[in-house]
Design a protein around this ligand. Sequence first.
Ligand code: IPD
Ligand code: CA
Ligand code: CA
Ligand code: CA
Length: 258
Amino acid sequence: MTVAIATLHEQVSAWLKASRQRIYRELQAPLTVATKSGRTDLVTNVDRANQRFLISQIHAAYPQAHIEGEEGRQAKLDRLAGLVFFVDPIDGTMNFVKQRANFAVMIGVYIDGAPLYGAILDVARDELITGGPNWPLQLNDRPLPTPADLALADGLIGVNGHMLIRNGVHVADVALKSAGPRLIGSAGMEFIAVALGQQVGYVSYLQPWDVAPGLAIGANFGLQVTRPDASAIDLLEPGIVVAAMPKAHAEIIDLMQG
Ligand code: IPD
Ligand code: CA
Ligand code: CA
Ligand code: CA
């Protein structure tokens, strides 16, 4: 199967920009906030509406595509064959509800399990980061430099707050060895920070739609994205993700084995 990446980029960019307009229009009315698995696991009417919008756009443009999105009722994927779109209609829902900033809309596109293209929109700043193994790293269609391959001691590290507090998989040790930990609260915004060279990596427990867009973008610039034992990410399962530039990634993996 071949997909024209330039066309895909134009389409996905337009869908994410349209999502932004829709989100701000919907915010003119009060938000409806519900909990899912617990009090910190939120979903709003805007998450649901935006997933419906994105899925309808993808279906219309790519009727053959399989779609895995966070919200909604579509069946969970059981294989990665063919063209697959991973959709997070709002990443960082807690930030969206509490801050109206530091949240993203994001899409990752894969063919037979291999990354093709990723796009993450920082909604509040209106900054769209895109990239893929055969698509340049760009911010709003302008090229970005490749992030520096810093040692862990020279870079900031994005971390999941719960994992840091509990020192799960030695995340506190990783944070102590780094130039400092940062907790943004949105996987998409963390991957943007890495792509912009603002932090050297990110460690969290993520669902497939949280990691797929950033993994595809990172394939452009040598970002290492693995499990803590350095094994490859299986995009059918949630799990701990270590995403970092090569030098820092090797150091983090060493610390996690310790
Ligand atoms: C969450 C955010 C958060 C990460 C969670 C994700 P959501 O996404 O990315 O930073 O720590 O694991 O579930 O639920 O707001 O789309
Ligand atoms: Ca969620
Ligand atoms: Ca998410
Ligand atoms: Ca979400």
